[in-house]
Design a protein around this ligand. Sequence first.
Ligand code: NAP
Ligand code: 8YV
Length: 323
Amino acid sequence: MDDLLVIGKISEEAEIRLKAQFILHKSTEIADFDAFIKEFGHRIKAISTNGFVGAKKELILKLKNLKIISSNGVGYDAIDTEACVSREIIVTPDVLNAEVANTTVMMFLNSFREFTLNEEHVRSRRWATEGMAPFSRSPDNRVVGIIGMGRIGMEIAKRLSIFNPSILYHSRTPKEVPYKYYADLKDMAKDSEVLICITPGGKATSKIVNIDIINALGPEGTLINVARGSVVDEDALVLALEEGRLGYAALDVFEKEPKVPEKLLKMPNVVLLPHVGSATFETRKAMSNLTVDNLLNFKENGTPLTPVPECLHLVQSTPENSK
Ligand code: NAP
Ligand code: 8YV
């Protein structure tokens, strides 16, 4: 049996399925990790991890016989792709598109209809003492710019359609979609009332939403980030909200999770979520199943089901990959 290093928590069901095919080493039960690597490192052929913890370069380089890293999630910015040139990275795309899009729609609605503030008006008893809560803005007929028109971006556009938005989008290449394409992000920000970030994280998208983009979105604008904290310049965002150069923000992701800038915690015009885009029982179960299916398929046939583009050449190379 091959040895599998499990980084982070996995479900009971996943553990049972994996145990039937691998010798499991759970990082949560390893007291001295360096000693573990010295003793067992050469035996580890596979890693199971998640989007939060990923797999660091130092670890990947130490595991000489590592062939595959299976990550529970679609973003793999926490896995060092450069260190992985000869190992496969697999993720769990598509099974979470609908859930992450639902979360985004909730953030969009909450930004406009201010449910959190309205709820607080009731809980604090101000409804009884001060009367009706202030009006909020309608989510209907807005101009919405989506940064990243991929699997999730497309689902967001689809699910927002009941609010009759004009959808614009920015990505590196135009897609076959019935929305207006902007090669220039700043031009799109100028034309948008709402900007939604749903690109991968990592170097290529680091702080692409910078002060210029935030200023272009403007004092009535709403920024929604469900991508990665790294995509937005968080300091510039906080300052713009403070100075009224940006109207609203709804954030599911942050630069240094689980740390959230203190100033944001006190602002009434922001919606803050603890990275729960895909976090429902149903979707996390589907993601977990796909993480396991990938590993089992790799073990049986040498090919994972959903490799990331950087690894396609490895998948196509030989059916003996897992040997
Ligand atoms: P995807 O299908 O690969 O789509 C990514 C989109 O981003 C594509 O349209 C791509 O188009 C665009 N893009 C990539 N690099 C770009 C760049 N440098 N500048 C502008 N656009 C760029 O990915 P997905 O499945 O939709 O997932 C997107 C991301 O969402 C994940 O990587 C993850 O970080 C995040 N996510 C967050 C949560 C959460 O819980 N908050 C959950 C799931 C996923 P081009 O290649 O043409 O540029
Ligand atoms: C999860 C995510 O929070 O898939 C992603 O990229 O951000 C989320 O679905 C995370 O990956 C769970 O492991």
